[in-house]
Design a binder for this molecule. Structure first.
Ligand code: G6P
Length: 587
């Protein structure tokens, strides 16, 4: 979603804000803006596009002033225009605001501000009501703290914002969206994510829900929405979470795909105790629901296949955004196992809150151990794969799957005994020569539709492969359970159609070969991902032969690579596909 930043320092803040915004762009990247307070006013520069390009055009980093705010946007209300880009100023230009989230009652607030306070709105965003409400209340009390307390009383929805006042004070407010206060030697920085912190910062405070921070004269105070001083803990910044770079790679997506031989070896490792606790919880629960969104939802489906096959435990997967429609009855003594790379997806947090109200206990699997989801859980296991910046989840998916295997193994008293070194070696082998996949990407670069089929546990992998292709190549791709082909999708097959068949040599092999023949009879082309060749394949993407139950862990790699190289062929930046964002913090 959007990223928000506010920096108070003893030096010019604009270049630091622009640098931090570049690192936070994965949260939204359709437009960008910076506002700084100088001697006499708050000045704003903003534009449509990526931070680097907008900055080249309008030099946001040359603005002068020791306090400022910045924003990268993922549009929710109002189109992608300069007017709708943040920061937004109040009518008297004395307060600037950057905001992440949604103000649900903005239409009603807008009407009130127009009618009773003569406010003239300049954008079609929900955000612009915030600086104007702050102005109304600040003019009444001349007190920033009071103005914030009065303003938050009027706002409905999930939001975090940073407001810069012309008198030099800065405020960060958190209501369900992330907000972190970074503490540097002479700098204080409010940010949506620790990734935004410059290298010279070493401590952070994770602002709690319904709290706000006031920064004045390089000092900070934290209050709850009733105005009481809040308790807070100063923590060290998690290692690996600063100075995130692409290394030798052109794109984060490539770096993250090629890191997998290493990340698979350490999945969940920092939290071995938690792993056992999670296993005990699952064992003792009468029922387990598993939830997630996007890629993390596919992991929930894999959990169902893995746990029922190897651990004799039936679990139910529920798409996080569907929880509110399917939770009227939650079996007593249930556990909700919530899966989310970011730990911030609004749909997942909502599913958690619904299940908590029905007395379910919450377990989670996250990459960010300080995320809202981790803090909302009884136990939370970390992926330990380092920050993932590319919008398409890659290394987090294989780490999540590895942790599921570890849990299933403990549930079945060691029946799986996975040697992750073998998996890591298989990854290294597949990644060492990608020439065949690059050739394939060239050959299919102009396709419009692609199907991916798989059976059993390979079915969620087919959904995940199709999601990667959709997300970063804009080709319409569908993951289908092999047996369902004849119940509809075959109607779409002709000589222009390509079908990827996930076909490892296991109990799904023979049925898949039948599907291959059905597809070929309709003149469609088949791309077989398999350890075994077959004369019916138009393209054979070979995967290493490995123990049968480990194929799900390895067959996703060629699918990630097909998506990546196809994106390059189609001249799409895989890190920042249009209309998407890495961390979706709105419902
Ligand atoms: C967004 C991303 C997806 C991701 C999903 C869930 O839609 O674009 O790649 O899978 O959010 O994210 P989470 O952080 O909850 O795993």
């Amino acid at each position: 979603m959007c990223s928000i930043l506010g920096l108070s320092s003893d030096r010019d803040v604009a270049p630091i804000i622009v640098d931090s915004l570049k690192k936070m762009e994965y949260r939204g990247y359709d437009s960008v803006g910076v506002a700084v307070k100088n001697e006499s006013e708050i000045s704003v520069k903003k534009g449509v596009g990526k931070v680097k390009d907008v900055n080249n055009d309008i030099q946001m980093d040359k603005m002068q002033g020791h306090s400022g705010i910045g924003h990268t946007r993922w549009a929710t209300h109002g189109g992608v225009t300069v007017e709708n880009a943040h920061p937004h100023l109040c009518n008297s230009s004395s307060i600037g605001v950057v905001h992440n989230g949604i103000i649900e009652n903005y239409a009603e607030l807008r009407k009130d501000l127009e009618k009773n306070h003569n406010v003239v709105f300049k954008s079609s965003t929900d955000t612009e009501v915030i600086p104007n409400l702050l102005q109304v209340y600040f003019e009444k009390s001349h007190d920033v703290k009071r103005a914030v307390m009065d303003t938050v009383q009027r706002l409905k929805g999930h939001y975090a914002f940073v407001a810069l006042f012309k008198n030099g004070e800065m405020v960060g407010v958190r209501n369900h969206e992330p907000l972190i206060l970074g503490i540097g030697e002479n700098d204080l920085l409010l940010t949506s994510d620790v990734i935004g912190l410059p290298e010279n910062f070493n401590s952070v405070v994770y602002i709690d829900n319904n709290q706000f921070v006031i920064i004045d004269d390089h000092k900070h105070k934290i209050y709850d929405f009733q105005g009481h001083a809040a308790q807070f803990a100063i923590k060290k910044i998690p290692k690996n979470y600063q100075n995130v770079t692409k290394g030798e790679y052109e794109y984060f997506t490539a770096k993250e795909i090629f890191e997998q031989p290493d990340t698979i070896l350490v999945a969940g490792d920092e939290d071995n105790d938690y792993l056992q606790k999670i296993v005990d919880f699952i064992r003792d629960s009468d029922y387990v629901y598993v939830t997630g969104s996007g890629t993390s939802y596919h992991i929930s489906v894999i959990a169902k296949y893995l746990f029922s096959r190897f651990a004799g435990k039936k679990v139910e997967h529920v798409m996080a955004s569907e929880m509110k429609y399917s939770s009227r009855y939650i079996i007593p003594n249930s556990t909700l196992f919530a899966i989310s790379q970011s730990g911030e997806s609004a749909d997942v947090l909502e599913a958690v809150s619904i299940c908590k109200k029905k007395n379910a206990k919450i377990l989670s699997m996250v990459n960010s151990k300080n995320s809202a989801l981790a803090r909302d859980s009884v136990f939370s296991i970390g992926l330990n794969c380092g920050p993932e910046i590319g919008v398409a989840a890659t290394k987090s998916f294989t780490s999540q799957m590895a942790i599921l295997y570890k849990i299933a193994d403990k549930l079945c008293d060691g029946c799986l005994a996975v040697d992750f070194k073998t998996v890591s070696d298989a990854y290294a082998k597949m990644l060492s020569d990608t020439s065949k996949i690059q050739e394939l990407a060239k050959a299919i670069k102009d396709i419009q539709n692609l199907f991916v089929i798989g059976r059993g546990i390979h079915y969620p992998i087919s959904k995940e492969g199709a999601l990667k292709i959709k997300e970063i190549t804009y080709v319409h791709a569908e993951g289908i359970a092999g047996g369902e082909l004849k119940h509809g999708p075959l109607a779409l097959m002709d000589s222009s159609t390509y079908v990827i068949v996930i076909n490892p040599d296991d109990d799904s092999y023979v049925d898949n070969i039948s599907s291959v023949h059905e597809i070929k009879s309709r003149e469609a082309k088949v791309i077989g991902i398999s350890n075994k060749p077959d004369p019916s394949y138009d393209y054979w993407i070979q995967i290493p032969t490995i123990r049968e139950d480990l194929y799900p862990l390895i067959e996703i790699i060629p699918l990630q690579l097909i998506a990546y190289y196809l994106a390059l062929e189609r001249k799409i930046d895989p890190d920042y596909p249009k209309n998407l964002a890495k961390s979706v913090t709105v419902k």
